[in-house]
Design a protein around this ligand. Structure first.
Ligand SMILES: [Zn+2]
Ligand SMILES: [Zn+2]
Length: 272
């Protein structure tokens, strides 16, 4: 856990250097393309995990971080579980020599998936698994869906839910392969009320460490159904703030929100 607290206090660049150091120490092949992405153990025919290195708002200082086991939060700035929870899970797998996964750490997801849009490494993953979803048991979908892939995680207690735009969706389009984004234990992301439940974070680590899960994710290419994202499904939902039907967009990390409320919430909470 000490390492997790440490990574909460690193800048994006410092975190990138830390990730590369851990991977090299364990003998992994590292592709460094700053400031866009770091690819670790990039190989064909295995699942690829994805997390982002940046966070919204200032980096918390040691005296701002508050522990109340199993919760961690920070005064005045988002704690940054989005997405340091995902980064930590991937680092734990790397530390424990899980060569069965490829790993992509992307820069600047919060600025509009800048890093993932520049991923140009040639490989054929079996599927893309984002570790960048709030809550504890969501598997978020982006229209690049494969029912068998969803059921792998349903059997582990995750519930399918609609996501919006994030790194794995960009990469699914690029690599023509299905993606899913799993909860990693952060809540109220992008606000100073963000908190992390480390038990939820550890639960996702535990599940993706299971040999039977890794072998299911590796055994075939998970193709997505063309046009899986059905417009009526996408827009037949209500804004989580005002209850109006959503006309045109859904916010980051699957927060269903209309454009009017998005403007208000941006003013009120977003700290970047
Ligand atoms: Zn995120
Ligand atoms: Zn975010």
């Amino acid at each position: 856990m000490l390492d997790f607290v440490k990574i909460l206090m690193l800048t994006q660049e410092e975190l990138a250097t830390h990730v590369e150091g851990v991977a090299k120490e364990k003998g992994f092949n590292v592709i460094s393309k700053h400031p866009y992405y770091i690819g670790i153990n990039i190989k064909d025919n295995q699942p690829c995990l994805v997390a982002h290195l940046d966070k919204v708002g200032e980096i918390p200082k040691p005296d701002q971080v508050k522990f109340d086991y199993p919760l961690i939060r920070s005064k005045d700035t988002p704690i940054g579980g989005d997405d340091r929870c995902g980064v930590w899970i991937m680092l734990e797998l790397i530390r424990n020599c899980y060569y069965q996964y490829s790993y992509l750490f992307c820069f600047d997801e919060e600025k509009g998936c800048i890093g993932s849009s520049k991923v140009d490494v040639k490989f054929k993953p079996t599927c893309l698994i984002g570790l960048d979803r709030r809550g504890f048991n969501d598997c978020a979908l982006y229209g690049y869906d494969n029912d068998e892939l969803i059921s792998v995680f349903e059997t582990q207690g995750y519930k399918p839910t609609l996501g919006s735009i994030t790194d794995v969706a960009i990469l699914a389009e690029r690599y023509k392969i299905a993606c899913i984004n799993l909860s990693v234990g952060f809540f109220n992301e992008h606000t100073k009320d963000e908190f992390i439940n480390i038990n939820a974070m550890r639960n996702t680590l535990e599940i993706i460490s299971k040999p039977e899960i890794i072998s299911k994710l590796s055994m075939k290419e998970y193709k997505y159904k063309e046009f899986a994202l059905d417009d009526t499904f996408l827009y037949d939902i209500m804004c989580e703030y005002c209850g109006q039907k959503i006309a045109s967009r859904i916010d980051h990390h699957g927060l269903a929100i209309c454009e009017d409320c998005d403007l208000i919430i941006n003013d009120k909470y977003y700290t970047s």
